[in-house]
Design a protein around this ligand. Structure first.
Ligand code: FES
Length: 147
């Protein structure tokens, strides 16, 4: 699938990708936008876009599965969650949050590129403007504690 850029050619502009119904739930559709490989995925929580370059060793992240993950829990407890909000890289199995591109549990340094997605008149659009990392709550806590 190739994005129909139309007259919107700037890196921050949205590109038309395709109709919503072309995106089955929890399946990553690999598209090319201005030569960049981006995976568009429709989940119960909405649409997400993530770069195809895995921050671990450059594997094809978008060939991975959309899944959930094990959540932090007490000893001898196993809590599964975030179903449909995580992609597992097919190369070595590290998991990345679709919202932020960060690895689950901070297992991998760096993060996958994530991009904004909008649905306009039933058509999925994506911009190549990278979404900035979210501020970590612990960083906020540090700032408050070390005033
Ligand atoms: S290259 Fe993706 S987990 Fe290693």
């Amino acid at each position: 699938m190739t994005a129909e850029g139309g007259t919107q050619t700037g890196a921050g502009e949205f590109h038309a990708i395709g109709p919503v119904e072309d995106f089955p739930l929890d399946e990553i559709q690999l598209v090319q936008i201005e030569g960049r490989e981006v995976g568009i995925v429709r989940t119960e929580a909405g649409f997400f876009a993530i770069g195809n370059h895995c921050p671990h060793q450059g594997g094809p992240l978008c060939l991975g599965r959309v899944t959930g993950t094990m959540l932090p829990s007490r000893p001898n407890e196993y809590v599964y969650g975030e179903e449909g909000l995580v992609v597992r890289c097919p190369s070595h199995g590290y998991e990345f949050h679709l919202r932020t591109g960060e690895s689950v549990g901070g297992a991998v340094r760096g993060r996958a590129a994530v991009y904004p997605v909008e649905v306009r008149a039933g058509i999925v659009h994506c911009a190549l403007r990278r979404i900035a990392p979210a501020r970590r709550p612990e960083a906020e806590e540090d700032r408050v504690l070390h005033k």
